[in-house]
Design a protein around this ligand. Structure first.
Ligand code: GAL
Length: 783
């Protein structure tokens, strides 16, 4: 359908059907205008297989290659116990596309793990090292007619690329597995001969009415005479500015004034602005980019963190990007969902992207939801040789250039996590960061093992992974280091309390995790010198670090399926009860493990003022506030003594009050005979573009809808409709703790319907249905 007019979207030009969508695919918050028709769309089929001699040649026999769609992982995975041998190899991805005479073609990759070698029609055109940052490849010599882009993907550990260290014990030498593949979006398409390759729009003097926006625009190609910028908020233009482009200039800087009416960006009101930047030659527009910014002042000080001049205790978790079955290859919608879980369900004001730059879709969602971000370069525990450190510098540059327009990002982790590199090395990364972005501080998380020492003079935020409290000892945090802004970037994890927190672990272990998270945040809240605390961690993740755990780290407050564990209840209750009143018992109302109930001092997490209890609808007392245990938390929760005579299984009801007003009432059934199976999709509508997907949670529930973690047995799944089930067809509830999830991914094609049916021997059958809209239409809505 070449010749159709591209539609303008927030992120740039989304091409009409069959036409390239460059820009939208890779640029994150920076959209890009594609001037002409291309051929490949995100999610279109690529041919994939193991590397073979001649596989980059145009005439290679493709009979043994499989059609796949991006994002893609080279190997199917389970939800735990990943085997690095399954991805540690060289792989080939081939894409046929139709070239056009007199057009400039470009390929863009958001992320390829770990190294990529790009060939066009048998000719090597580029290489890229490192799996977490985007790269673009100019494709000179595209022929009219059929062309082949071949990408050799090398997923072996032996590569001397951060976070990998070649002289260490392989993929288990660091605490997260990294399955290979073109695992983030990619696209091939045409671009204008003269184009904008980058726009950095930096808000200046944000809190004064004379605030402005400083623009740094990078151009590629001849003939542009003028750059214009229009700043828009909520559909209205607030201000505009322009600058001339002297001949031969690559970078143009100018300021846009008149922004006194702008609404500031804040965690509670993340008001964004679009900045539409156009380059022109006379009246003719040569290229256009839309970047999204937010006006906010984020300040780390010795007495805390301040957002727009207001003290804000940073309350959050670390996030790894790994998913069951797909590794890192989760599409945008699924990435965005993690940000929603963190902000809306767990009430976090901040997330740390541990330990590498994460997907643009995730960061876009952080901007939209008001979730502050720590972003850091790839690395874990050690630094490598001079060449390796050189790659750190390149990563600092690529990370900041990709992400500096995101208002959610408030600090750059320019030092390798828990690796005390040299002062000279950190001096270099820090200087480069300041040059690329003078508006944010730099930092890097220090390890407990080395203490809160830092060998450099220019420290802006001292970040400390505080595992001072070891297993079995009373929980404590190290006192803040004086004379410097201080942030706790990790705590708890599996180093304090227990080695693993699974729904299948003892009730006391599961309770303990919630207690530790509450205690850590309470201690951080007690002292203004803590800017905040980001605990370890949001979601379980595959790792070979603790082999005794079978290839996973069960450190999350939610599991790897993103299903909350009891510790998540603490986070869920730290939000405003007027927005979402929550009552979450910290115990299972299940008489199998404890026949007389949860016993004395059983925790109930809640943000209500008062909780009244009922057993079989008969009053059973009022819960005690835990204010004395957690003096500084907004909502310290409650404790109750709940012992019932052996053999009885009464129904528990908890009524939550704000003042005299009943705001929430929940019932919990002790009768497992009436448990049911539930099957619930996060979204009711998806785009049939081959990339979009949604999660379906399959869980054993009591008859009031509370997860029955002690359920066992196998759930068998079947899918009808044009799509793929990303996940196991059999889920073992005994191993996952009564709940698990799979993802549904419609094939690219016409609209339709996907129905997932789940069957369990005693819990019955449940279904989830998702409708799919034609690719390109604005599909997608929440259930
Ligand atoms: C920290 C590390 C994290 C994680 C944690 C243990 O030292 O920074 O990535 O491994 O320990 O759960």
């Amino acid at each position: 359908m070449a010749g159709e007019k591209p539609r303008v979207t927030r992120r740039g030009f989304l091409a009409a059907s069959g036409v390239a969508l460059l820009g939208a695919a890779v640029a994150g918050s920076a959209g890009h205008a594609a001037a002409g028709p291309g051929t490949a769309r995100l999610g279109d089929f690529w041919l994939f297989g193991r590397y073979d001699d001649g596989c980059t040649e145009p005439g290679f026999d493709e009979i043994d290659l499989a059609p796949v769609q991006l994002p893609h992982c080279v190997t199917p995975l389970s939800w735990t116990g990943w085997d690095p041998a399954s991805w540690q190899d060289r792989w080939i991805y081939r894409k046929h596309f139709t070239g056009l005479a007199n057009e400039r073609f470009l390929a863009r990759f958001d992320g390829v793990l770990t190294n990529a070698e790009v060939h066009l029609n048998g000719r090597p055109v580029a290489t890229h090292e490192g799996g977490y940052l985007p790269f673009e490849v100019d494709l000179p010599g595209v022929l009219p007619g059929d062309n082949v882009l071949a990408v050799v993907v090398d997923g072996r550990w032996a590569l001397d690329v951060p976070p990998n260290l070649p002289h260490s014990a392989g993929p288990s030498a660091i605490d997260f597995y990294q399955p290979a593949g073109i695992y983030r979006p990619a696209a091939i398409g045409t671009v204008p001969r003269t184009r904008l390759t980058d726009v950095f729009a930096r808000p200046v003097d944000v809190l004064s009415p004379g605030r402005s926006l400083h623009l740094t625009c990078t151009l590629d190609g001849p003939g542009a005479a003028e750059v214009t910028a229009s700043v828009r908020q909520a559909g209205r233009e607030l201000a505009r500015g322009a600058a001339q482009v002297p001949a031969g200039t690559r970078t143009v800087e100018f300021d846009v004034h008149g922004l006194d009416a702008v609404r500031l960006w804040d965690v509670e009101d993340p008001a964004l602005c679009d900045v539409v930047v156009t380059i022109r030659s006379g009246p003719r527009a040569l290229d256009q980019r839309v970047v999204r910014v937010g006006f906010r002042e984020a300040r780390f000080a010795q007495d805390g963190f301040f957002l727009n001049g207001r003290r804000l205790k940073l309350f959050g978790l670390n996030r790894h990007q790994w998913y069951p079955f797909a590794g890192g290859a989760a599409p945008d919608r699924v990435q965005r969902r993690d940000a929603e879980i963190l902000r809306r369900e767990l009430n976090c004001t901040m997330v740390r992207c541990s330990h590498y730059p994460q997907s643009s879709a995730f960061l876009d969602a952080c901007d939209e939801l008001g979730l502050l971000v720590w972003e850091e370069i790839p690395g874990w525990g050690r630094v490598g040789d001079a060449a390796w450190q050189q790659r750190n510098l390149r990563d600092v540059s690529a990370m900041i250039t990709r992400d500096r327009n995101h208002p959610s990002i408030i600090v750059w982790g320019t030092r390798v996590n828990e690796a005390n590199g040299t002062t000279a090395m950190y001096g270099r990364t820090g200087r480069l960061a300041r040059q690329l972005d003078p508006s944010r501080p730099t930092s890097g998380a220090l390890a407990s093992t080395t203490g809160a020492r830092y060998a450099g003079a220019d420290i802006e935020v001292l970040a400390y992974n505080d595992y001072t409290a070891r297993r079995g000892a009373p929980f404590q945090l190290r006192p803040p280091r004086a004379g410097v802004p201080y942030l706790v970037t990790e705590s708890i994890g599996t180093l304090a309390g227990a080695r693993a927190y699974r729904r299948t672990d003892l009730p006391a272990t599961q309770r303990l995790q919630a207690e530790l998270h509450a205690k850590a945040h309470d201690l951080a809240a007690a002292d203004d010198r803590y800017c905040g605390l980001l605990a370890w961690c949001a979601f379980d993740y595959p790792s070979g670090w603790q082999r005794s755990m079978g290839g996973s780290k069960f450190a999350g407050v939610s599991d790897i399926f993103r299903i909350p564990k009891p510790a998540a209840a603490f986070y869920a209750t730290q939000g405003d009860p007027l927005v979402r009143p929550v009552v979450e018992p910290g115990f299972a109302w299940d008489f199998t493990a404890s026949p007389t109930g949860p016993g004395r001092d059983a925790p109930i997490w809640s943000n209500c003022d008062r909780l009244l209890l009922f057993l079989d609808d008969r009053p059973a007392g009022e819960a005690r506030s835990r204010r004395a245990d957690f003096p500084h938390l907004p909502h310290p929760g409650f404790a109750v003594d709940l012992t019932v005579p052996r053999g009885q299984r009464p129904q528990l009801r908890v009524d939550g009050y704000l003042g005299d007003r009943l705001v929430v009432s929940r019932r919990f059934s002790g009768d497992r005979a009436r448990d049911v199976l539930s099957c619930a999709a996060d979204d009711t509508q998806l785009r049939a573009d081959g990339a979009d997907a949604t999660r379906v949670v399959v869980a054993a529930m009591d008859r009031f809808g509370t997860l029955r973690a002690g359920a066992t047995g196998t759930v068998t799944l079947s899918l009808t409709g044009q799509g793929e089930l990303v996940g196991d067809r059999e889920l073992d509830f005994g191993a996952t703790g009564g709940a698990a999830a799979v993802w549904l991914r419609p094939f690219a094609g016409p609209p339709g319907k996907l129905t997932l049916t789940a069957r369990h021997e005693t819990l019955g059958t449940a279904t989830a249905t998702v409708t799919t809209t034609a690719s390109g239409s604005e599909g997608g809505s929440r259930s």
